[in-house]
Design a protein. Sequence first.
Length: 245
Amino acid sequence: MRRVLILGGTAEARALAAELTALPGLHVVSSLAGRVNNPRLPVGEVREGGFGGPDGLAAYLTGERIDALVDATHPFAQRMTTSAAAASSATGVPLLVLRRPGWQESAGDTWQRVDSLQAAAALLRPGARVFLTTGRRSLPLFTGLPGVWLLARSVDPPEPPVPPNVHVLLDRGPYTVEGERALIREHALTVLVTKDSGGTLTAAKLTAARELDLPVIMVNRPPLPRGVHLVDTVAQAATWAATRA
């Protein structure tokens, strides 16, 4: 039986696992990093935890006789994507990267794009009330900014202690435009800081920001390793995996 490893954790990874599991002659293993408590699990076999870098992933690909590798991790999981590319090169196991399309600015938006979280933090000025949706691990980059108040939304709580200028909101998408508007108004937020994750689960905040004339600082995605094959739909990834495995 041909074996496919999906590096997952995203909605696209779960959808791909469901599609491939339904195909005869394929055994699908989904790997989750284990960084989120109570993750949404895909169908089929699930492996949790890291591999130990590119060498560990290469050893797994060889030891488990994986025929095709799909990186369907978060667009900002740069370390995992780099490891996948290195492991693919070392073992000859073909690699595909599945990434949902990024968000595009629309009429009425006021976006400023930056290439890093550090650059986003550098743009914030005293008096800003920030809607921060860049993940709990990025919070230390923003907490020491003088005169800046943060509404930090994440799935899991950040590491304590949480500074007094930070209000943590634990929540998981999908979100609604109505709910995001209410949140912005309730906390008198003046700027949204987010990463260009793409997709529909969390896009409502961008619509609400547009409607309320809230400026957005958008962190661009990290570049992909050179030479990787990229697709942006589950259907494309399913076709590729079915023919490579």
